[in-house]
Each structure stands twice: as C-alpha cells, then as structure tokens.
Design a protein around this ligand. Structure first.
Ligand code: KIV
Length: 276
C-alpha cells in the first residue's frame, strides 16, 4: 500500500484495523490528550486520529504532584465526557497506576470498565515484557490494547525520576525486546516515551504495529502530545519534546485582566449586553 491508495479523510471512524493501514501507507498518525468535552470536540473536528484520556489528567487537569494517585473513577469520568465530543477519532482510556499491576483478573475488569462505562475504544497500559501476560488476557476479553514503553511515568520511583530511558545498553535491549513482546502479545500500537531518537527508529522498523512517539524522535509512525502542553496552558511543565503551538496561559491571563478592567471602569456590561 502507498500513500495514494489510502486517504485518511475518507475514514468515518478510526479503529484498530484502519490504524494499521497508516503505517503500511507511510502516513503519520496524530494523537493528542483530552480530558474535557470542548477539547474533544475541537480535536475530533480538526482530524486527529486518536484521543487519549491520559492519566496526566491527574497533574495537568487536577494539579496533583504526579500521575500516581489517579483513580479508576477519575479516569472513567473523564473518558465518558471526552467520548461525548468524538465522532471519528479513536478513544483511548489510560489504565491508572495499580489498576492492572497487582492482579490479572482485576486488570481485565478495570480495562472492561473503560469500554463499558467510559465508552472507550481501547485501553493503554504502561510496561514492557513483564506486563504481557496481563495484556494477553485483556485482549482475549475483546479489549484492544495500546502498549507504552520507555519513560513510563507510573514507574518514576523505580527509575529515580523523569529521565530519558534506553541510553544504557541493557535498558536499550530491554526496550527492544519489550516492543517485540508487546507486538507478539497482540497490542495494536504502542507509545514510545522519552527515548533516544535512534532507538525510536530501531523499534519502529522492528515492529509491524504503529509506534506513537512522545520524545522518541521523528521516525515513529505517529506522535502524541499532552494538549495543554502544546497549547501552553499548563505552566508547570517543560520538556525538550514539547512544541508550543500557542501560549494560552498568557492569552487567558490577558483576557481575564481586560475583563476585570472593564468591570472596574464601568465599561462592562454595555447597553447592548443588558436587557431592556
Ligand atoms: O497520560 C498521558 O497523557 C500519556 C501520554 C503523555 C502518552 O500517557
């Protein structure tokens, strides 16, 4: 398949079958996070292929110190409201810390909640080789799984912080083996987070399923960013890989300051903004 045989705009609803075609045709996949209905509406209309309700909502949306305290209830609530804004994009629910690590049965049950209660099309799970038995069971239950390796934020305490993964030969080997294992386990795609660009390329070329990079270089089959980071709406986070397409914090600050000024000087509301 080449680019001319495949027109993503003709796809009415993205699913795990047609997402593979993007890789085959060499067309890059765009993914963004959303935690709320208005954002979901805009992303879907703009044409991203996948929308991720990431556990970053715990930090970016709720102001927590890290993602670890995100709960299933929070994740399902936000998945449900994002779902209301989507027509075409595939909806990914992110399995939060300790919703799948301790027990396989519990993991399958929690993954099922994302589809049954949240309306998600699939789930994303952090982890490599060690998590593949759980992934297999979830897929056997009929739930598509997106893998996630590299800097997996649910393991920051094990890694000793938010550090680029895969620079040491043994970690690089582990990540390459994990990528193959995720593909063998049946994942339909995988996120590669904060790894050297040459490793992102090697993994992408070694698996047949799409790789979605975040800080993993330009060779991945697609890219994902946290929406509020790329819009410049979340002031507490800086990363080399975030391209800021907007500075919404500044623009909102200016708008609110103008509103306060207009009220103080009696300019708002005007006669046109008042009822007779
Ligand atoms: O939780 C999240 O938003 C994520 C992306 C950054 C990939 O996992």
């Amino acid at each position: 398949m080449n680019k001319t045989d495949f027109d993503p705009k003709k796809i009415k609803k993205i699913n795990i079958r047609n997402i593979r075609k993007f890789k085959k045709a060499g067309i890059k996949i765009s993914v963004l996070t959303a935690y709320d209905y208005p954002s979901a509406l805009i992303l879907d209309e703009a044409g991203v292929e996948m929308v991720l309700v990431g556990d970053t909502l715990n930090t970016v949306f709720c102001g927590a110190e890290n993602n670890l305290s995100a709960t299933m209830e929070q994740m399902i609530y936000h998945t449900k409201i994002v779902k209301r804004g989507l027509n075409r994009a595939m909806l990914i629910g992110d399995m939060p810390f300790m919703s799948f690590q301790a027990d396989i049965g519990e993991a399958v049950g929690n993954a099922g909640r994302f589809l049954k209660e949240g309306g998600a099309d699939c789930v994303k799970i952090e982890g490599g080789l060690e998590i593949t038995p759980t992934i297999r069971k979830i897929i056997q239950a009929g739930i598509p799984v997106m893998g996630h390796i590299g800097l997996t934020p649910q393991s920051i305490h094990r890694f000793g912080g938010y550090i680029v993964r895969g620079r040491k030969p043994e970690v690089r080997r582990y990540l390459l083996e994990s990528a193959k294992a995720l593909e063998d386990a049946g994942c339909f795609a995988m996120v590669l987070e904060s790894i050297p660009a040459d490793l992102g390329k090697e993994i992408t070329e070694s698996v047949s399923i799409p790789t979605i990079g975040i800080g993993a270089g330009n060779s991945c089959d697609g890219q994902v960013l946290v929406l509020y980071d790329m819009l410049g709406l979340f002031p507490n986070f800086e990363a080399k890989y975030v391209r800021k397409y907007e500075n919404l914090s500044k623009r909102i600050h200016e708008a609110v300051s103008k509103y306060i000024e207009d009220i103080r000087n009696g300019d708002f509301p005007s006669d046109e903004e008042s009822y007779s």
